[in-house]
Design a protein around this ligand. Structure first.
Ligand code: URA
Length: 209
């Protein structure tokens, strides 16, 4: 199950979407679908589309500042092929990897409310359930970590978020990373090396076929 383009479940997000549609008729302005390989072993869970990034282009992290580091890293570790040009028509293909968000609609000021994260969890849970080969999940930030635990029916008290932490949950290993946002990279909370070290661990757990 994926949200309809006019998904009404979160009234505040639906109203924000209406405003964006009126102001920017040429933008995507709808719940952003997952992107990548439907047979993937690796799922990446982000927070929510950026206003002028994924909400404009319709592809997760595409056109968002955070996408520059994310897609560069996926290319480096063999989870993508092609060239990332911040454009859904760039031909970039994900390899053994799918990207989704904890919240599918762009939230005002990049901050989804707890009720919105909870409501949208239906779609994350469904997405996780459709991946027959899923073995690893990378959660980008604490909100994605918590939403993933909820989707998997795992307890937060047993799985504290921490950059570089790994959590074995049934057949899946959850890898935590700080979110690759502009704020985190500009302030040095997350460096390229720190981000790459998470993907090195993921790659070690998922040898190339
Ligand atoms: N940040 C996210 O968490 N997700 C996106 O799709 C874009 C930016």
């Amino acid at each position: 199950m994926t949200p309809s383009p006019d998904c009404p479940l979160c009234p505040r997000l639906a109203s924000f979407r209406d405003t964006q549609r009126a102001d920017h008729a040429d933008w995507f302005n709808a719940p952003v679908p997952s992107f990548g390989d439907r047979e993937a072993r690796l799922l990446i869970v982000g927070l929510a589309p950026g206003l002028r990034g994924a909400n404009r282009t319709g592809r997760p992290f595409t056109g968002d500042y955070a996408g520059d580091l994310l897609y560069t890293t996926l290319l480096r570790f063999g989870f993508a092929r092609g060239v990332y040009r911040a454009d859904p028509q760039d031909g970039l293909a994900l390899v053994d990897c799918l990207i989704t968000n904890a919240v599918r609609c762009v939230p005002p000021e990049n901050k989804p409310l707890p009720a919105e994260i909870k409501t949208c969890n239906t779609f994350l849970r469904d997405q996780i359930g459709t991946l027959p080969r899923l073995a690893a999940i990378v959660a980008l930030g604490r909100i994605a970590h918590d939403a993933t635990l909820t989707s998997l029916g795992a307890k937060k008290s047993h799985h504290a978020f921490g950059h570089g932490a790994q959590h074995k949950i049934g057949a899946v290993t959850l890898f935590d990373s700080y979110h690759c946002s502009r704020y985190n990279t500009n302030t040095g909370v997350l460096t390229t090396e720190m981000f790459e070290s998470v993907f090195a661990q993921v790659r070690a757990s998922l040898p190339s076929p």
